[in-house]
Design a protein around this ligand. Structure first.
Ligand SMILES: O=C(O)CCC(=O)C(=O)O
Ligand SMILES: [Fe+2]
Length: 181
């Protein structure tokens, strides 16, 4: 059986100030401890994510600048940022499909990676195929809705991995919406 198309675009070195961006996120952001697998923070229009509700929070200028950079690659603007902080290789994200409820259907979901390299693992919904992408410091990954329909993705446990922060950007159609993901 052939694998479904993995409709993703990867850009190494997409962020011109990746080191400063990482330092900012480590020191200036208040991280949410409600989830066991990793810490999170949400900026821009609010929505529920993995069963958590986040309050609306303006994007700090540095995050707004990263959002603008991601928008240059994608060709349209992003108005939500969910940050994930993986302190060690024991912090993970389980396999899931990102919800498109409330999102512009033709928009991609963007993942900016900072810090340690971690693999993003994709599994086809039928369970027959597995592939992985290595997400490097300063990189950008764009994933379309097609990819969400046919693949799940996750960040599995990786022994001895260092600290990593990912910023996922989404393009919501209107103000505040609450997909269940
Ligand atoms: O940390 C990552 O690279 C994965 C993020 C992700 O899949 C999500 O936030 O939905
Ligand atoms: Fe995801």
């Amino acid at each position: 059986m052939t694998a479904p198309p993995l409709d993703v675009r990867y850009f190494a070195d997409a962020l011109p100030h990746a080191d400063t961006d990482l330092a900012f996120l480590l020191t200036e952001v208040t991280w949410d401890d409600r989830m066991r697998a990793r810490r999170t923070a949400s900026f821009g229009v609010p929505y529920n994510y993995s069963g958590q509700h986040y309050e609306p929070m303006a994007m700090p200028p540095r995050i707004a600048a990263i959002a603008a950079r991601v928008g240059e690659f994608a060709g349209y603007p992003f108005n939500n940022c969910l940050a994930n902080r993986y302190e060690t290789g024991d912090n993970t994200m389980g396999f899931h499909q990102d919800s498109y409820e409330g999102l512009t259907p033709s928009s991609a979901i963007a993942i900016v990676s900072l810090g340690a390299t971690r693999p993003l693992v994709f599994r086809s919904i039928d369970g027959a195929h597995r592939t992985e992408l290595t997400l490097e410091h300063g990189s950008l990954l764009l994933m379309t809705q097609t990819t969400q329909r046919t693949w799940t993705h996750g960040v599995p446990r990786t022994s001895s991995a260092g600290r990593r922060i990912s910023l996922t950007f989404r393009c919501f159609d209107t103000g505040s919406v609450n997909p269940s993901r």
